[in-house]
Structure formats: C-alpha cells, structure tokens
Design a protein around this ligand. Structure first.
Ligand SMILES: [Fe+2]
Length: 304
C-alpha cells in the first residue's frame, strides 16, 4: 500500500465569491468552516477534516489543485522520492499557507494538473459526533452530500498519467475506455481506496477540469438533488440516470462559474486485485449514460 488514504480536498477557482458561497452552502449544502483573504473553506456534513472544498476567487474557473491525504510522514517521504524519480518536480507548501492545513507537497502530473499530498489538517468532526451518533444531523440544507467523492479531469496522454497513478501513487485502475482498435486509452478510472473511482481522466485538452462528484446515498437522493437544482434554477446538464462505468447513479449540473458538479450515488466496491473493466470507444455512450446510450455534446465540450 502506498499510504494514500483518500481524496482529501479540491480547490476550485470561482468567478464571484458571494454567488459561489450561496450555491455551495445552500444548494450543494456544504458547511462553511472558515475564510481568509482569498479563499472560502467548506466541508460536507459527514466529513471530519476542516475542509474538502476550497473556493478561490479568480478571473477564470477551473481547478487549482486536488489533494490526497496520506497516512503518515514516512509514507509521504517514500511517495516524494517516487514522484521525483518519475521526473516530476516537487514544491513544498508551508504549514498554514491555507487555513487549518499543515505542510503539503505539490507537483504537476503528466496531464498538467496540480496535485498535493499531505498528512496534516485540523479535524473539526461532525455534528453527529463519534459517540452513540444519530444517522444524520438536524438542519441539513440543499443536496447535503456525505462527502466529496471523486474528480474527473481531461488530458491528452492517458497511458502515462495512468502509469503515474498506478506505479508511483499505488492506485488501481477499475475501468478504462479504449479506441476500438485497442491502441489508445481514452478514459481511465483510478481508485486509491475501494471506491469505484477517486479520480478519473477522459481524453481531451491537458490541465482541464471536467467535474467534481459529491456522494449521496441512493437513487432517490439523486432524484431529490435534481429537484433541489430545479427549485434553485441551477443549470442541469444531465437529468438523473445511471452510469455503465462504475454503475453509479448520477445527475450533472454547473456551479455559477461553469464548473461541472455531480451528485453521485452507489457505484460498486472495488479491490486492488480486481481486473480492470474495459469499454470500447464505440460504446462510450452506454458507458457514461447507460439509458440514453449516446454522448451529449456539452459533456465533452464544457470544461473549465
Ligand atoms: Fe463522476
């Protein structure tokens, strides 16, 4: 095991901070846990750490970085050596650069996205607590997902970035999409845990953000998420349906800056020894939208 425990955080660039705070707290239903000069920090109700989403005011939308939490400093040191051996340059983010965070290492992956690994972040806990807890807290707003679940990014060379996550960071590939001749990978679904994916890539321009998925319990919660989106006049791109890939249930929509979000439920459990499931590009429509069985244009075009 590499020591990477899970997806920890996602820092998103947003255009209008106030509008974004309203959306992420009242529509998505995250809780604001802090703010500093440039950033707002948010967590989902079932997350223990201080934040999983950071909103950074910017003049362009997209992802600043994605962070993974590592078990301890010994595992992190080993990972740092492997990342440098792969040819990536590491920079160090000092303690408290952002609210409640310890130091982190930052590096650019082969698709040009910035990633961080870290061990320390303040734990603020949940309102249900860890002692004889109730199953959910009072006062939830909006979609109220349990957690940030996964991120999908685009990039050109998916073979290399997949090799990086497997060989250097110890992820396993749960599913892939290949061209019909089998020569080129055009989709790659990667897990550091036993979730169906923690991070995925589809072929497209380097260093672009496709979506952030937030976990809800089940199909009814996906339907309810769509109700909440419509009630709040949020732009819904794909109404509730099923993914072939991951078998998850989904609704896709956009935040006020055009960053795509997803409410995602279910999906199978995966283990590191499971074989990788393969989809061919001619079946990509079925893989992504199992009922409709065809791609929609905006889904591959709208990136931030
Ligand atoms: Fe997703």
């Amino acid at each position: 095991m590499s020591g990477i425990m899970r997806i920890g955080r996602l820092e998103l660039r947003v255009l209008d901070l106030e509008e974004s705070i309203h959306y992420y707290t009242n529509v998505i239903g995250l809780e604001e846990t802090g703010r500093d000069k440039d950033r707002i920090y948010l967590k989902a109700w079932d997350e223990y750490d201080h934040h999983s989403i950071i909103l950074q005011k910017s003049d362009r939308a997209g992802m600043d970085h994605m962070g993974f939490k590592v078990a301890d400093v010994y595992a992190l040191e080993k990972l740092e050596k492997k990342i440098e051996a792969f040819g990536c340059t590491l920079t160090r983010i000092t303690d408290r650069t952002r609210l409640a965070e310890g130091q982190a290492v930052r590096f650019e992956i082969p698709t040009g996205h910035s990633m961080e690994l870290y061990t320390e972040i303040e734990q603020v806990g949940t309102s249900t607590g860890t002692f004889n807890p109730h199953p959910w807290p009072d006062g939830l707003r909006g979609i109220a997902p349990h957690r940030l679940d996964h991120t999908l990014l685009t990039g050109d060379d998916l073979e290399t970035v997949t090799r990086f996550f497997k060989e250097v960071l110890g992820f396993h590939q749960t599913e892939k999409i290949v061209t019909v001749d089998g020569e080129t990978m055009v989709g790659s679904f990667l897990s550091a845990t036993n979730k169906a994916h923690d991070l995925a890539f589809v072929k497209g321009p380097d260093n672009k953000f496709h979506h952030a998925g937030f976990f809800v319990d089940n199909w009814y919660e996906v339907l309810k998420a769509a109700d909440i989106l419509s009630k709040n006049k949020v732009q819904v791109e794909v109404t509730p349906t099923r993914h072939g890939i991951t078998r998850g249930q989904t609704v896709y929509f956009f935040d006020p800056s055009g960053n795509r979000n997803e409410a995602f439920a279910s999906g199978y459990l995966s283990y590191a020894d499971f074989p990788t499931i393969t989809w061919t590009e001619d079946k990509i429509g079925t893989g992504i939208f199992y009922h409709r069985r065809e791609m929609i244009e905006s889904f591959s075009k709208a990136l931030t």
